[in-house]
Design a protein around this ligand. Structure first.
Ligand code: PMP
Length: 426
């Protein structure tokens, strides 16, 4: 129809103007023009249930954030080399969400910049260069971080100081197995660095292993790996870009579920509810060497508008009890997905924490062969039924469900019935 023609024309224009490096979601890409709460609307006014966007923890176009951005934009926005109070209020409020006492935070615009900065800080603090990441991780776009993002593997060569470890896989290793396996893998990576005359500056992990296929349980399995890197003089960097801001339901930050205290915490996506807000938090002594030997200036990082947005997000997450909602609705959704698994053999595993859920699809429950092609068909089938999701993992066979945190039980029901229909039609 007319909508499809219009979208096709925009896709061609996009390719002509933006070049060849971008990818759109879905066989039939969606042309979205408006969002509200957990709903997105295309140019024809058709609604889509958003089960994908962790960038908007409060839901799309939350009035408190829109208002904070608009008000501050109307008063002042500058680069970040002047004194301004809002960034300090935001820093205080953000740091108060961490369990480990007085810390400091440096602001950036993206998660990539936060990870890049954390790596530089870790190298300055340890005097070492090695970096350990999981084998299908994604941590960002800067050269140093792209070279530590093996999920880009076909396009990017890993850096010479980067080592990868097999990520946890509770479905195949079992809950008791993942912690020791990860700790061993980190030990081996450290030994391998050592054979090249290198020491680890840091272990960098996404605390919910999103790109590795969503690995959330059992909470606590990270501690052996963290101990191993610390014993070798390295730091632990918790990448909270995916798991942070209450999404896991049980804690504000993913690392808290694991009972570990990171040396550096990197944050991005959900902080500004869509506005670019990101940063790195650490104890003062971790930042000391980096600050002594250099300076850091990020033109937009922590600007007055971004700080106002960040502050509004943090307040609303707390006031609207979104972490509690994530826990409650997330548990309900997992239970409904497990019930659905009784009906559809292709569902091999349902896992996650709060409103970060992975549904692993397999060809056969005994061999657990990844159902990669089928997963892509399911993601597209859900899109055709107006439910937006994505996929994750080495074989892209795990449905990634990660909706805005006000997601309700009724929204969960709608998602499950669309999935039921999609699987029945496979
Ligand atoms: N870390 C993780 C775990 C991510 O998922 C991403 C983005 N998908 C990033 C870092 C990079 O964040 P950004 O795109 O804001 O640079």
């Amino acid at each position: 129809g007319q909508g499809a023609d219009q979208t096709a024309a925009l896709i061609a224009r996009r390719q002509r103007l933006l070049g060849p490096a971008y990818r759109l979601f879905y066989d039939s890409p969606v042309h979205l023009v408006r969002g509200e709460g957990v709903w997105l609307y295309d140019a024809q006014g058709k609604p889509y249930l958003d089960a994908y966007n962790n960038v908007v923890p409060l839901g799309h176009c939350h009035p408190a954030v829109v208002d904070a951005i608009a008000r501050q934009a109307a008063i002042l926005n500058t680069h970040t080399r002047y004194v301004h109070e809002t960034v300090l209020d935001y820093a205080e409020a953000l740091l108060a969400t961490f369990p480990a006492g007085p810390g400091q935070v440096m602001f950036t615009c993206t998660g990539s910049e936060a990870n890049d900065l954390a790596l530089r800080i870790a190298q300055a603090h340890t005097g070492a260069t090695g970096l350990i990441v999981t084998r299908f991780a994604y941590h960002g776009v800067t050269l140093s971080i792209a070279q530590a993002s093996p999920s880009l593997g076909r396009y990017v060569t890993l850096g010479p100081t980067v080592r990868t470890v097999t990520p946890p896989d509770t479905y195949r290793q079992g809950g008791d197995g993942v912690g020791p396996a990860l700790a061993n893998a980190v030990q081996e990576a450290i030994a391998d660095l050592g054979r090249q005359g290198l020491r680890p500056a840091a272990l960098l992990v996404d605390t919910i292993f999103s790109s590795d296929g969503v690995q959330a349980a059992p909470a606590g399995f990270l501690s052996g790996a963290v101990d191993a890197v610390r014993a070798a003089g390295g730091l632990f960097i918790a990448d909270e870009v995916q798991a942070g801001m209450g999404r896991t339901g049980q804690a504000m930050w993913g690392f808290m579920r694991h009972g570990v205290a990171p040396d550096l915490i990197t944050m991005g996506k959900p902080l500004g509810n869509g506005h670019p807000v990101a940063g790195v938090a650490a104890r003062p002594e971790v930042l000391e060497a980096f600050g002594r030997n250099g300076r850091y200036f990020n033109t937009f990082g922590g600007n007055p508008v971004s700080a106002a947005a960040g502050l509004a997000v943090l307040r609303a997450v707390q006031q609207e009890k979104l972490m509690e909602n994530a826990e409650c609705v997330g548990a309900y959704l997992q239970e409904r997905l497990r019930t659905l698994a009784a009906k559809h053999d292709i569902i091999g595993d349902v896992r996650g924490a709060g409103l970060f859920i992975g549904v692993e699809l397999v060809r056969d429950r005994r061999s657990r062969e990844p159902a990669t092609v089928e997963a892509a068909r399911v993601v597209n089938g859900l899109r055709d039924r107006q439910v937006l999701t994505g996929s994750a993992g080495e074989h892209a066979n795990t449905l990634k469900i990660r909706p805005p945190l006000p997601f309700s039980a009724a929204d969960a029901d709608r998602l499950v019935s669309a999935l039921d229909e999609t699987l029945a039609a496979l």
